[in-house]
Design a protein around this ligand. Structure first.
Ligand code: NAP
Length: 534
C-alpha cells in the first residue's frame, strides 16, 4: 500500500485552519483526543489568509475580535489599532498557533473532497486531495464566507487583462499605478478596497448594483487608556458582550426612537456616527424592529452621504433605499469621500446592467476600456463551504440534496442524518450576525464539552432529531420575521445568488441563543439522540 492510500485514523478530523479550526484543535488535544486539521490553503488564517485585498480590515474592534480563552494571552497581546488590519490579524493567529504548539496538527494544501458516514462502523471516512482518513467525529470549521461568488458575466472568459477577486487575492502586492481599474460590487470588501485603489489607479470605475449603508470607522492607533481599562476587566467585558444582541460592546439600552424626541435621537446618532462603527444602532432597540424607527436611522446616513459626496447625481446613486441593516452594515475609511476624486466614476448597474465583457472592455451604459477587473462580488455565504464538499450521512443522503430547499440545522451545530458531524457557526446560529470570535469560541467550547460528556457517559454517536431541527429553524425564522431585515435582498437569505434557496439563516439575538445552548445541555442535550443505530 502506498503512503497516499493508507487510511490515517484520528478521533476527530477538523476541516479548516482559521480561528475556529485551530482553537478546536487545541481544545481536543487538551481533552486527550487525537485530531488533525485539513486545510486547503498553504497557511493558517482562513478568511484572513484569503482576503488580503488592499484595505482588508476587521470591522469589529481589535479588543473584541480576539480569543478570550486564555487570560494571559488576552493580557499579553497588544493591538496597534482600534480596528486591526488583515496583516496584524494574521500575525495574531500565527502567534496563537505557535504559542499553543498547534502547527504539527495541521495538514496544509490538502482539500477535503468528500466525507461519508459509515453506519456500520459509526465512523466518518474522509477523502482529501492527498489521502484517506477515518475518524469518529468530523468538525467543519469552514467559515461562513469562504466560497467566492463568481457571477457568470457574458464574455468574462474572453477578458485578457488582469482579473482579480477580492476573496482570493494574490499574495504578491498589486500596484494599480497608471491603470484603468474596474470594480464590480459595493459590499464591505469593495468599500474597504476602493479608497486605496483610487489612490493609485489612473481611472477607477465602480460598477454598483445596490448601494450600501456604511459608517466611518474612525480608526486610529489603539487608545492606550481604553486598552488599559478593558484589560483591567477583560473577563467581565467579554461576559457583558454576550448580553448584547450582536455580541458586541455597543450600547444595549432599550430606548426607542419612536418614543424619543427626534433632536435627541439625532444627537445620539451623530455620536454613534463619530465613534460606533457597526454599533451605529446603539442606544435604540427599535431600529431592527420598527420600519418607522429604521427610517430615522436610515435617513440620518442617507443625509450624511449627500453631505459628503459633492456631485448630487453620484450622491443620489450612492443612497440606499432599503432598511438600514437589511444588508450587513459596512464600516469604512473614506469610502464616500472617494467619489469626490476626479479619477473615480460610479456606474449604476440597476439602470445599465453589464451587457458584455470583452478582451479589454466592460459594456454597460457605454463601453469602458480597462486593464484590471476586480470582482468584489461576495460569497456563497453560510452554506457554500459545506455544500461544496461531497458530504453524505445516514442512508447515503447527501447534505447538498438535504439542503436543496434551504439549509436546516439544529443550533447551527448539528444536522439531522449527519451523526457525529459538527459545524462551527453553522446556519441557524448567530454567526455572521454577531462578533464571530466569541461565537466561534462559544461553539468550540460547546462541541468539546459535548464530546467530553459523551466519553464520560459511554455514548458513541450523537445526532440531532428532525423535530428539533425543524422547530429550531421555525424559531430562527420567527425571530427574523419580527425584524425589518428579512425583506431586503442579502446574502443572509441567499438572495445574492440566483439559484440558491431563499431562507434567512442567522439566529438573531446572542443572549437568547446563549441561554438556549445552556438550557439544552442542562436537559441532557435535549433535541439530540445518542447511539441511534448502535
Ligand atoms: P457582499 O457584501 O456580498 O457584496 C458583494 C457585492 O457584489 C454587492 O454589492 C453585490 O450587489 C455585488 N454583486 C454580486 N453579484 C453581482 C452581479 N451578478 N452583478 C453585479 N453586482 C453583483 O460581499 P463582500 O463585500 O465580500 O462582503 C461579504 C461579507 O463579508 C460582509 O458583509 C461582511 O460580513 C464580511 N466582510 C467583512 C469585512 C470586515 O470585517 N471589515 C470586510 C469584508 C467583508 P448586490 O448587493 O446587488 O447583490
Amino acid at each position: 500500500m502506498t503512503q497516499e492510500n493508507q487510511t490515517k485514523e484520528f478521533d476527530v478530523l477538523i476541516v479548516g485552519a482559521g480561528f475556529a479550526g485551530i482553537y478546536q484543535l487545541l481544545k481536543l488535544r487538551r481533552l486527550g483526543l487525537s485530531a488533525v486539521i485539513l486545510e486547503k490553503g498553504d497557511q493558517i488564517g482562513g478568511t484572513w489568509h484569503w482576503n488580503i485585498y488592499p484595505g482588508a480590515r476587521c470591522d469589529i474592534p481589535s479588543l473584541e475580535y480576539s480569543y478570550q480563552f486564555d487570560e494571559d494571552l488576552q493580557q499579553e497581546w497588544n493591538w496597534s489599532e482600534k480596528y486591526s488590519g488583515q496583516p496584524e490579524i494574521l500575525e495574531y493567529i500565527n502567534h496563537v498557533a505557535d504559542r499553543y504548539e498547534l502547527r504539527d496538527g495541521i495538514q496544509f494544501e490538502e482539500e477535503v473532497i468528500s466525507a461519508n458516514f459509515n453506519e456500520s462502523s459509526a465512523k466518518w471516512k474522509i477523502t482529501s486531495s492527498k489521502g484517506h482518513y477515518e475518524s469518529r467525529f468530523c468538525i467543519f470549521a469552514t467559515g461562513c464566507l469562504s466560497i467566492p461568488n463568481k457571477p457568470d458575466f457574458l464574455g468574462l472568459e474572453n477578458f485578457k487583462g488582469q482579473l482579480l477577486q477580492t476573496s482570493s487575492w494574490p499574495q504578491e502586492e498589486q500596484d494599480f499605478t497608471g491603470k484603468r481599474v474596474a470594480v464590480i460590487g459595493t459590499g464591505s470588501s469593495a468599500i474597504q478596497s476602493i479608497p486605496l485603489i483610487a489612490e493609485q489607479a489612473e481611472e477607477l470605475y465602480v460598477f454598483q448594483r445596490t448601494p450600501n449603508y456604511s459608517i466611518p470607522s474612525n480608526n486610529g492607533p489603539m487608545d492606550k487608556v481604553v486598552e488599559e481599562d478593558i484589560k483591567s476587566r477583560y473577563s467581565e467585558f467579554r461576559k457583558d458582550n454576550y448580553l448584547n444582541g450582536f455580541g458586541i460592546a455597543a450600547i444595549s439600552d432599550e430606548a426607542l426612537i419612536t418614543e424619543t424626541d427626534l433632536d435627541e435621537v439625532h444627537v445620539q446618532l451623530e455620536e454613534n456616527w463619530q465613534s460606533a462603527g457597526l454599533g451605529f444602532f446603539g442606544g435604540y432597540a427599535d431600529v431592527a424592529l420598527d420600519a418607522e424607527a429604521n427610517e430615522v436611522a436610515a435617513n440620518f446616513v442617507r443625509n450624511k452621504i449627500k453631505e459628503i459626496v459633492k456631485d448630487p447625481k453620484t450622491a443620489q446613486l450612492l443612497v440606499p433605499d432599503y432598511h438600514i441593516g437589511g444588508k450587513r452594515l459596512c464600516v469604512d475609511t473614506g469610502y464616500f469621500e472617494t467619489f469626490n476624486k476626479d479619477n473615480v466614476f460610479l456606474i449604476d448597474l440597476k439602470e445599465h446592467p453589464i451587457q458584455k465583457i470583452t478582451a479589454n472592455t466592460l459594456e454597460s451604459d457605454k463601453t469602458y476600456e480597462v486593464d484590471t477587473l476586480i470582482m468584489a462580488t461576495g460569497f456563497d455565504a453560510i452554506t457554500g463551504a459545506l455544500t461544496n464538499i461531497d458530504i453524505s450521512g445516514r442512508g447515503n443522503v447527501k447534505l447538498k440534496d438535504q439542503w436543496e430547499g434551504g439549509a436546516k440545522s439544529y443550533l447551527g451545530i448539528g444536522i439531522t442524518n449527519f451523526p457525529n458531524l459538527f459545524t462551527v457557526t453553522g446556519p441557524g446560529s448567530p454567526s455572521v450576525l454577531s462578533n464571530m470570535m466569541p461565537s466561534i469560541e462559544q461553539h468550540v467550547n460547546w462541541i468539546t464539552d459535548c464530546i467530553e460528556w459523551m466519553m464520560k457517559n459511554d455514548k458513541t454517536v450523537i445526532e440531532s432529531t428532525k423535530t428539533a431541527e425543524d422547530d429550531w429553524m421555525v424559531l430562527v425564522n420567527e425571530i427574523a420575521d419580527m425584524t425589518v431585515f428579512t425583506d431586503t435582498k442579502s446574502w443572509y437569505n441567499g438572495s445574492n445568488i440566483e439559484e440558491k434557496a431563499k431562507s434567512f439563516l442567522p439566529f438573531i439575538g446572542v443572549p437568547v441563543y446563549t441561554e438556549m445552548l445552556d438550557e439544552i445541555v442542562s436537559e441532557s442535550y435535549k433535541g439530540f439522540i445518542f447511539d441511534k443505530a448502535n
